[in-house]
Every structure is written in C-alpha cells, then in structure tokens.
Design a protein around this ligand. Sequence first.
Ligand SMILES: [Zn+2]
Length: 721
Amino acid sequence: MKSGLFSIVAVAAAICAWTFVDRTSPTNRRKVPGSVMTIVREGRLRADIVLPAKPLDCERYAADELKYHIDKAFGVSIEIVREGKYRASKYPSHIFVGATSAAKTINLPGRKLKKDEWIVRTFRKNLYLLGRDSDIKYNDIGNIWNPTIYGTIYAVYDFLEKEMGVKWIWPGPTGEVIPKRNHFEIVRINRTGIEPLEERYMHGTVPWGMPKIGFSNEESAKRYCKEQNKFLVRHRVGRRRRTKTGHAFESWWKRFGKSHPEYFNQLPGGERRPAASGSLVTLCVSEPGVWKQAVADWKTWWEKDGRRWGFEPWVNCCENDYVSLCQCKRCRSIDPPDPRFAKSDYWNGKMTIADIDRIRKERGSYGLNAMLCDNRWGIPKDDPRLRHIPSVADRYARFYNAVQEEVRKINPDARVVGYAYENYLEAPRKTKLDPSVVIDIVPRSYFPYDKVESDYFREVMLGWKNAGVKEFLYRPNFMLAGGNYPFDQGRLILDDFAFAYTNGMKACEFDSLRGSWACHSMMNYALIRAFRNPLHGYDQAREELLSAFGSARYEISKYLDGIYAYTTQWTFDDFHKVSWQNCTGGNHGGGSYHNSPAILGEYFTERFFTDNYRLLDSAKKAANGDKEVIARIEFLRKGLKDAEMTRRTRIAEKTKLAAPGDKAKAAAFDAAFKAMNDYRATVEDDLICNFRYEARTEMRMKWPHKEGNTKPSKSGRQMEY
Ligand SMILES: [Zn+2]
C-alpha cells in the first residue's frame, strides 16, 4: 500500500514536473538535444562563476549581474570564485567571465576585439562570457561621459536575454522579468556581437550626485539614480567613442569680440555683435579667419587634451544655440535664391537693430530666435506656418567644408562635425558636403510628433544625405515632452529612428530622459530597445513589454494603447492653443520642458483618470494573484496617481492665481501641493518617476519645492538640465 501510494505520488509529481517543464522554454526540458552543459539540475547548482585571478571592475560587475539573475531564476546562490582559488573539481562546469586564463587556453578571444564587441561561447562543458574591456571603476559603470568599454558585461546580458529569457522593462525589481525554473541546460553556443550604434545615450540621466529636491530623502534619490543607471547599462546605453559636439563657440564673443569683430554675425544696420547674450552670438561663417581660428583652437585642444583623453579627432563646428543671423554680403551671396528671404522681415530689411533690442527686452534672449526659426520643440508662440523661414544651410555646408579642408592639412584623420539645426536644418541646395563631414541633426519636433513632423524630418535628412553626408549623429528633443503624466508618441519616433539608421545614423543622443518610467513605460522601453536594434520597431517592443503582464496582458494592452491613442489624438493646433492658454514665465507655452505640468488642467479630464484606474483594476483581477504581475500593475497605477495629484495641484494653482489675495484659494493650493509631495514620498522608492526632474520643472513655475542640503556632484559634470 505504502509503495503504491508512493508510486502514485511519484507519477503525479512526474506529471506535474513534466507539465511545468513543457510550458516553459526548451532550455527547461530535462534532456536538451545537443546539450553541452548543465548549470542547474533539479534545483541544484552544477556550475560556478569564475573570474580572472585579478579581475577588472567591469568583469566583477558582469559576474555580479550574472549571479543576481541566476540566483533569482533558480532560487540558488551561485558562487563567484577567482582563477587560482577555485577547485576545478567542485562543479562539473564553469562559467568563465572576462579575460580568464581558461579562455586564453582555448584561444579566446584569439584576436583583438573591437570596442563594444563580446563573445558568448561554449566549449566542452564550460561557458565563456567575455568582451573588450577597459579599466573602469565599478561605480563609474554607466557614466556615459566616459567611453563605456565593457564588452564582458554585454556578453553576460546577451546570455541572460537569449538563453534565460530575461527582460528589463523599466528600472528596479518590478521591471525585471526573470523566468523561474529549476533546471537549466544549454546547447552549443558560439556568438559574437557589437552594438550597432557608436553612441547611444540620453541627456538628463543624473547619475552622479543629485541635490535633494523632489525626493524626501537622499537615500531614495540615490537609489533612483543607481537603479536607473543599472537599467540603462543593461540596455547597453553607452558610447564606445568619445566625441566633442555641442555649441562650440560660446566663449568666442568674450575672446574675440573686440579683436576680431569680423568673426561675428552682421546685424541690420551693419553692426557685428550678439543679438542676445555673448554666448548666443552666431558667426560670420564665410569669414576665412573663423575657419582658421576654429582649426587653431582644435589643434591646441587636440595636442593638450583631446588625444590624451582618447577623443576622436573631430573639429566641433556646431554653432551656438541661436538662429544664424549674419546679413553680410558674402554670407548672403552663398544663400541660394529663395522667395522666403523677401518675405521675412529680418532678411528683407524691415527689421531694424532697434526692433531686435526691443524684442530681446520684451521676449527675452530667445525671443528673436523663436521668431526666426521653426524649432517646434519649444512650442512657439507664433504659429510657425505663418512665418517665412529661409534656410541658410548652404553657408554652413561651405563652412564645414572649408574647415575640413584646413584641418586635413594638419591631420588627415580629423573630421568636422556640424549641426543641421535652427534655420539651417533644411538641407543645402547647391553645396555638396565633403564626405568626411559629420552632421549632427536636430529635428525641429517636440510635440505632437505627427506625420507632418515625420515627413519633414525624413525630407531634411535625405536632403543632407543627397548633399553627400555619409555619417549622421541624431539628436532629437522629443523626449522633453510628456512631463510625469501618461504619454506615448513612440510609434512614429521608432519608425523614424529606423529610417535614420538606414540612412547613415551612427550615433544617437536624446534630449532628455525625464525618467517617468510608470507613465512613459511603453515609449521609454521602445526607444531604449531601439538603441541596440534600431530596426526593432515599436510593435515588437510592445509585444515584449506586454509579455511581462501574464494573464493581465489584454487589459494592460488596452491601458497602454489607450495612452498612445490619447497622446496621438492631439493636433498641433489643439495643443498650441492649450499650451498658450497656460503660458508661464512670459516666453514659455505650457507643456514645454520648462513647465510641463502647466497644461494638465486642460490636457486631461477627470474621466481619463477614473477610466484608467478602472482598467488597471480589471488588469489586477485578470492577474489571478500573480504577485510579480500585480506589482507591475501597481507600478503603473502609482504613476497615474502621481499625474492625477500633479494635475490637482495645477488646477488649484490656477484657481489661486485667478483670485489674488483670496486666502482660502491660496491655502487650497498649498494643501494640494503638500498632498502631492506626501504621495510622492510614499512611492519614491518604487522608481516610478524621477521626482527631482519634475520638481525642477515645477520650481520654474514657482511651486514651493525646497532645495535640500545635498550638494551637487563633485565629479565635474553638472546635471543635464
Ligand atoms: Zn557673414
């Protein structure tokens, strides 16, 4: 009887085990055809992780990440040992991580690897995970202001994703999707890989120190940075080369304003000086003295610092942050005929220097800039379609060519990098670019990123390509939109990302990562995923994200698709209206990077929130008690709640502003603001949002956040705001 019962139990257990096994990936089956190595057998470890005797910090980081995921997946604690110390007999198999002697003995890597390159390889009963590495300090891993050469880490991530089915959908534990199992065999693997983009990162990731604003305590702020940073490294955010771009001539007015006025833009009336502040002056780019000075500055930098610090020998010719203004005869003679010059008051002579000074007084430093170009990412006050904006790209193309020619005489490897930006975003029409010139393209878009924007961007990029450009850096601003509220304009952005990649994009730098992970979950995941596969696309990323929601997948797809539909229903006209109904600080339409919550009263309705809470409730029900899935649903809900509280605060603020001196209304705003912050304090450890970023934005609207006592970073790199 006893043995009979035992048999029944054993058979039942076997059936259960088989059923369990069969539903998961093939690597979970007992006997894997062609299996070369067992890492876990029936819940028991059959391998350890072996590092070199003296590992680099990035090899240790890679081993720690591998251990973290193996432990979670199998409920074990895999050992990390070092060569020379481990007992080869303890386990039948080993996972060799980094440049181990064991790898060397089987001729791995066998050649000099390229930067970012990695290898995942089995040999006999062992696994080898290695790549091109450099000596980066453990805590500096993820700092994109240095080259991020750590291929071994990428080898580990490749292994985790492809062999173990791991996904990271947002920062922190709730975003880690680690399939659980108790058995793991692997078959023969022989893969190498390299990231498709040389540089892939976002501004505003705030990794290195963070003043205490927005978070109630320093530990939570630090935790946010650390987890976000880890997530970005997992998605291979990094840069294998070091380049110098960005506004290059900000110190020139100070240096040469008196000695070389001919370097600078000639304004109406003939004067050469800044139209706004000195750092915003633009150049007379047809002036040969400018070309020579740019090359001389580069040479000094290259010999002193550039080469020593491992920079690319690029001459940064990216103009200052202003619309190009030079009206001198020589510059104008380069501009091809364009009827828009005659229609533009700046270019047809109607606007005087007195007008320019008045505009600056009335509309601030960027007032003139906003009138003379079409950077819709600023949500312009005047409808740009009513203005005439001629492109002066030909003079910039000639400028880049001229500097390229000069610098080539000194260093044949040197390359010029210059913007396609402001009123020289549209491609040159008669000038062909020297094939060495790299163009840093800054699309005008912000929000909405619609078909009009997409078509415009494609036309512009193809124009530059047809003018001879072989290599582009892509530097969009559209992530500045969306604040801390539900927002997703990812689909077209992803389409255009793929378009850019197929047409010569070699690097991408987004401005800026707001870190609203709960409310921007779909868009952020799709964009970050595209960094390492530019052709991945929105819909594939959507499938991956939804796969983390188990039996609540359908409800969450309705939730995420609803956010997408809500965002993309906004036309430029509708949004323009709401934006300028909520202007703050004179020159900033609401909803811009300056004041993203200003529009919230009109942008959302009460019903938007009640409907979406209801959807999340039904998702929770559908999750059937799956704790991980429920935690993810709650993560989304917390973001939604934060957006709702922020909206209430904005509505209370508007009510207060409409009734100056009304103490009850002022008190109602204070109460709403306090309730919002109190709520944030309860969820700040869940990584739903970078509350510091939001607090900084809200402070620009004079919401009374208080600076904490934490000092800014001492690393020399200031926060990207
Ligand atoms: Zn000029």
